[in-house]
Design a protein around this ligand. Sequence first.
Ligand code: C2E
Ligand code: CA
Ligand code: CA
Length: 809
Amino acid sequence: MMMIQPIVTCLQNQHDAGLLLLAALVCTIGVYGALSVQDHTSRAKGQARIRLMMTSLVTAGCTAWATHMIALLAFDPDMPAAFEPIQTVLSLILGMIGIGAGLLVATGRQRRPRRAGGGVLLGAGVVVLHYFGQTAYVVRGRVEWDAGLVAFSVLASLPLFALSLLLAGERNRTFRVAAAPLLLLAIAILHISGMAALRLTYDPRIALPHWSISPQLLAPVVAAICIGLFGVALLSVKLTLDAKARVREDQQRLGELANLAVEGLAVCEEETIVSANEGLARLAGQPRDKLAGQNLSTLLPSTPLADIPEGEELDAALVRPDEQVVPVRVLRRTFQVGAETRAVIAFRDQRERLRVEEKIRTLAYTDSLTGLANREWFNTMLSARVAHFKETGRPFTLLLIDLDGFKSINDSCGHAGGDEVLRAVAERLVAVAGPEYETARLSGDEFAVLITDRADPLDASSVAEQIIRRIEEPILLREQIVHVSASIGILPSEQNHATVEQVLMNADLALYDAKANGRGHGRLFRQDLRHAALARVDTAVELQSAWQDGDLEVYYQPQVRLADGALTGAEALIRWNYPYRGILSPAAFLPVLEAGPLAVPVGDWILRSACRQAAHWRAAGLRDFRIGVNLFAAQLRSPHFPELVREALDQAGLPADGLELEVTENILLRNEGDTLRHLASLRGLGVGIAFDDFGTGYASLTMLKEIAITRLKVDRSFVLDVETSRKDQAIIEAIATMAKGCDLAVTAEGVETAEQARFMEAYAIEAQGYLFGRPMTATMFEEQFCPATQVARQLQRSNREAIQVRQTA
Ligand code: C2E
Ligand code: CA
Ligand code: CA
């Protein structure tokens, strides 16, 4: 308050208001001009920069000086006053140096302390100009100073000078705008309080120096400088307008370019979108003009501009006004528009890419033929189930489904037909399983169903049964009706299933069991299946070495004519001379042999041995001797099987009618490869074909008509109780009648008693069984049945008797 009073009095009583206003005006124009030129300086380069800098310095200096001068002219000292010219000029120079140094230090986007320091320097320049200029102001009187006000003028204005230049270099526009008024305020405070500090007392004894210049003379000089200042102000306005026009032009050009781009583009100044292209408008679901002015964070709420790396793509989520989220990739590039720094943000729409990826993913996880899940996806689902089961005990049941006889369908209907059958099966599976089960096609004709949240064996068996019945319904292809069945391995999640592999293996064992037990059924997994599987593995290994070591042997069982008991032939039956356990019957190893890689070589070896043996016995006197050889399915699958048979016959020197190949219904039913054609061509060669174990399987009677066979072998099970069982008698009668009608010979198997033989005589021509002889080694067979051997032995015996007689004699 103490300071304010003299200042207000000084202003009211000792100043010409008009001139004071003029001083303020000149100062305003000069300050704006100087700061504006200064602003352009920071963006200009080379010569232009130096020119602008000099202009800015001179303007600032002149402004301060002219303001000071006009203000002094406005001051009425109440006594004659004049200006001391040298000091006046010196004050101008000193002021310019201080102001210039301050501006130089603070110019551009320097750090804040430096800018503030520049402000202090500039302020010091103005202070020097003012107080030194004051000494050039001479009056006829004594000059005294109010020290408090002088101190106030300096201390109050210097922080404002500092603040002013500090703000002038800020990025934020609002702050920058405040710089000039602050500078004006600082000058005003300095000048006015400086003037108020001046105490003049008229003293006629003091004369004005004769070289001093009267204010009236100085006024035109000041006026000229003011005009210069106006010029600078105009220059700065022009510079600003030019720069603005350039920015606009650049931005417009950029906008045009941007609209050509497919991607969304936004030009940002700081965080604010200055302009956006059509692409972004489409992406953001807003018109372009609405986008301009928005903060970028409204589009990308979770990705601040600072987080978007320069020149590197980043996944982000663009949020539309309707809250819809569009997945985008954003990329930032910073560049210069005129003198401004702008960031261009490119938005790449990711929806299509994600859709395609999703599609690829679904394609990768579905079976293209049936549309069910494929093996990969199924394994993933199963892994999840198994993990769940382990963690929470949530049960599940796995059904492994394998079609029976699908191969023959593929062979007879072609691949297109096979595909259609698979599709039909898939549809039926889904129909039975419903949407709550997970259904997959694992490979060729193998399917799987995953029942979630249930592990009841009875329930699972019933689902399996339903599936089988549904699959067994006739399938209508374009021209034909096909029948297919399925076997199912059932695995409820009760056992300690730790891994997916274990689960699959156990289900597989159950499926194997189902297949081995007649197909067309579901079988539950049991622990003993695993032991059996392990035993099978052992057997397979041992069988391999038995084969290599020659431990396999062919036995022969006689076949006789029932009418007179004459030997007609023999059936070749395999045996394994097992080192410790003795002789093993086929039941112990045949399933393993049949399913393994040895089936073909062993089968071929049996065929050749049997043919050789038969030829040998024929030569030894067994005329028309016929050898029966059982076949493995794998042998008939070989495309050259008939040639192999012919070769075996040729090598052995056995006529074709000396061989009878025995096939079971299972082999015929599977009808894999060229089975039926092979049999027909073998029949064409003259080889006999016997239908083994007749009556036990599911062969349809039409097979008798279609397949080239010569003999039915009535299964042992019908013969066993034939004397007492009316049913068995009826079946045998029917078989015999049918055979007669089809011109087929009949052999009764498993005849053990004379009564059975007598009964069967009416229905079968030939018989085989323990009554006539068990399977035996070739040597034993030869000893028992070969006439040549018998003659030799008789000869030997009589010889021995003769020797004995001679000895006794
Ligand atoms: P299969 O073809 O029906 O052979 C007849 C089976 O009945 C033989 O059993 C034979 O020993 C047995 N058998 C014969 N007469 C009687 C009898 O009066 N009473 C009783 N209880 N059984 C009798 P084996 O040798 O154990 O052979 C079993 C099955 O193994 C054969 O049945 C055949 O399907 C298969 N097999 C045997 N050897 C071979 C072979 O070399 N190749 C092929 N592919 N399969 C063979
Ligand atoms: Ca047989
Ligand atoms: Ca048989």
